[in-house]
Design a protein around this ligand. Structure first.
Ligand code: CA
Length: 226
């Protein structure tokens, strides 16, 4: 999952970027409305956290621009305390949720998890595919109750695949949703990560569809390859 964080306060930005990375997300940061507008329209984010008070273009105008351009990415806005009219205007402009400053990082992460699962059509907080389970709250996964030891990138890959297990995911899509913009992206490395993930969760759980991409397969039994 890849997130765009739009916030002009350097300290808060640094703190949130770290918390989001620790929670398993790839994060891009935009410090003003102009860069936010550009990144939001050019990169395929899974969710956007948008501060309203921003230099260059204010957050509400950025959001309106995105929705006019038919961008359907869920957007969580950050507003000042007591600005109820601002909240109403933001929802009318296309926001999906809001958080009032100051807030606890844990609440931001919880709201983000809810937005992500709703936009992917999941109701339950934990994701499962056969006997494979993923808990976004703890950023952990297990097979048949056995915890998996995944690197952060393997976890991110599995999170994306399990979130979108109803369809085939191309390598390009994986590259776009697993890495932040500063990362040296190479779609060949996806194959390497798929290979490592298969070793950990069982090769039969990730199907390769030639020329199209990958799909997670629901396997119920707990037998795994050594
Ligand atoms: Ca601000």
């Amino acid at each position: 999952m890849r997130i765009l964080l739009v916030e002009d306060d350097p300290d808060l930005s640094r703190q949130l970027k770290r918390a989001l990375s620790d929670a398993g997300y790839a994060v891009d940061h935009a410090p003003d409305g102009e860069e936010a507008a550009f990144l939001g329209e050019s990169e395929p984010y899974d969710a956007i956290i948008l501060d309203l008070g921003l230099p260059k273009i204010d957050g509400a105008a950025v959001l309106e621009g995105w929705r006019r351009a038919n961008l359907s990415t869920p957007v969580l806005i950050l507003t000042a305390r007591g600005a109820w009219s601002e909240k109403v205007a933001s929802f009318d402009a296309g926001a999906d949720d809001y958080l009032t400053k100051p807030f606890h990082t844990e609440e931001l992460l919880a709201r983000l998890r809810a937005l992500l699962r709703r936009s992917a059509g999941h109701a339950a907080p934990n994701l499962s595919c056969g006997s494979l389970r993923l808990d976004p709250r703890a950023a952990r996964a297990s097979v048949g109750g056995e915890p998996l030891r995944l690197t952060s990138l393997e976890y991110r890959l599995l999170h994306y695949l399990i979130m979108h297990q109803d369809r085939v995911i191309s390598r390009t899509e994986l590259v776009e949703h697993l890495y932040d913009q500063d990362f040296d992206r190479d779609s060949n490395t996806i194959e390497v990560f798929i290979g490592r993930l298969r070793k950990k969760i069982g090769a039969d759980r990730v199907e390769t569809i030639r020329g199209l991409g990958y799909r997670l397969i629901a396997v119920e039994d707990e037998a795994r390859e050594a």
